[in-house]
Design a protein around this ligand. Sequence first.
Ligand code: NI
Length: 167
Amino acid sequence: MALLPILRYPDPRLKKIAQPVVEIDERVRRLAADMAETMYEAPGIGLAATQVDVHLQLVVIDVSEDKSDLHVLLNPRIERTEGSHLGEEGCLSVPGIYEKVERAEKLTVHYLDLEGKKVSLLAEGLLAVCIQHEIDHLNGKVFVDHLSQLKQGRIRNKLAKQARVTA
Ligand code: NI
């Protein structure tokens, strides 16, 4: 397994639209394992393939406290949503930035697991937020895209300053 470099907002590659996984081969299994390792190491609770510059519909999620509940979602589709919830989000591609985003409170997501089995998962709370956040990435969207233009500008300035300090 290997740690993968994570793209930083506003990298234009974060806007690419991910393609469906058509065959679950060794490359896909290795990508999922490397992404899980990268997510745990960061540490984070979710990572989309887009963020490691692979434009396939694959996300890894684990919202448990003890890294015991890894979900690997291939070709995820949200089928039903219910309610709404305003909660603070962050992103491994937007380090140090936390902002409130409105999301559905509950949802059903359909996806394939790594064995190619169809899974239907009813999610709520943090898991539901995380699923929506990661599927956004597959569609070329970062959580800050949900914010006002003014806030987006401030965030870009702050990240540019950080980059100058650490460069
Ligand atoms: Ni993210």
